[in-house]
Design a protein around this ligand. Structure first.
Ligand SMILES: Nc1ncnc2c1ncn2[C@@H]1O[C@H](COP(=O)(O)OP(=O)(O)OP(=O)(O)O)[C@@H](O)[C@H]1O
Length: 275
């Protein structure tokens, strides 16, 4: 079942929840955002966002620096106040979130296992399973400070996987990785999706990898400029205006293997209706 939260702007711009209703879970997306607006400090950061993500779907959000990508994820999670709009979330939605940044004091004697037991303890078997899924099964007792950049990102992902999420959110999780490391990381993400059947929503600047790894791309610049199948979005004039036209390599390496899962809104890019 889904619960339904109707969020509207109050005089002070505070979002309030109204009118809970229910809907059938299996035919519905994990999250649906309708006409979402977020203002921060008087600035419009997100405007007229209409977005869904379905179980098993890998959706990547691309956009220039400061275009509102992280804000969109935080809004969908519910950690940021909406100015207006409506969010519906599946009632048993479990989000695993890998933040853009996490600084851990390198002098702390913190092993991967202890890190995964924060803030709450998990069974050893659960920790081992999460580490296996994240591809660092043998690193359980390694100090966090001793991990490479890629291993650190995988440790963050393992922590996000501990509660068996049905929606995994990754905010630039492959930053700092070289090309091979990035490709390996996204392969791991795809395996996790296949294994858990979860939806995956990621923010990425790795446009070439996005073209290979995503079922759907959302091009964001405070508003959704276009969204759809990666190959179609690559050809969209608004995407090209933001990212240039030098993406022939991305188009050349793009291969979309049909997956045995629903594709939600994949198809031709949906041009934004708003101006
Ligand atoms: N807590 C906040 N206080 C003030 N401004 C904020 C806050 N959070 C976000 N912003 C502003 O909102 C805009 C969008 O930020 P956001 O982090 O969502 O962008 P982004 O697309 O993820 O950027 P990047 O690609 O650089 O990570 C930026 O101008 C940022 O300064």
């Amino acid at each position: 079942m889904l619960y339904y939260i109707n969020i509207a702007a109050t005089e002070k711009g505070t979002a309030v929840a109204r009118s809970p209703t229910t809907m059938s879970a299996h035919t519905q997306p994990l999250i649906r955002a309708t006409d979402l607006h977020v203002r921060i400090g008087g600035n419009a950061i997100l405007e007229q966002i209409n977005f869904t993500i379905s179980p098993g779907e890998i959706v990547t959000v691309v956009g220039p620096n400061g275009s509102g990508k992280s804000t969109l994820l935080r809004a969908l999670i519910g950690s940021i106040e909406l100015s207006a709009g409506q969010i519906e979330r599946q009632s048993d939605l479990r989000i695993g979130y890998v933040p853009q940044r996490l600084h851990i004091d390198p002098t702390l004697p913190l092993t991967v296992r202890r890190f995964l037991n924060l803030p709450k303890r998990h069974r050893a078997s659960e920790i081992q399973k999460a580490l296996e899924r994240a591809g660092i099964a043998s690193h359980r007792d390694v100090p966090m400070a001793g991990l490479s950049g890629g291993q650190f990102q995988r440790a963050l992902m393992a922590r996000a996987l501990l509660d068996q999420p049905n929606l995994l959110m990754l905010d630039e999780a492959s930053q700092g990785l070289d090309q091979t490391g990035t490709a390996d990381f996204y392969r791991q993400v795809e395996e996790i999706r296949n294994d858990l059947g979860c939806g995956v929503l990621m923010v990425s600047h790795d446009l070439h990898v996005v073209m290979r790894a995503a079922d759907r791309v959302v091009c964001l610049n405070h508003r959704i400029c276009c969204q759809g199948h990666p190959e179609d979005v690559s050809a969209d004039p608004e995407y090209r205006a933001l990212f240039g036209t030098d993406d022939e390599e991305a188009l050349a390496i793009f291969r979309h293997d049909p997956h045995n899962h629903p594709h939600g809104e994949t198809g031709h890019p949906q041009k934004r209706a708003q101006s």
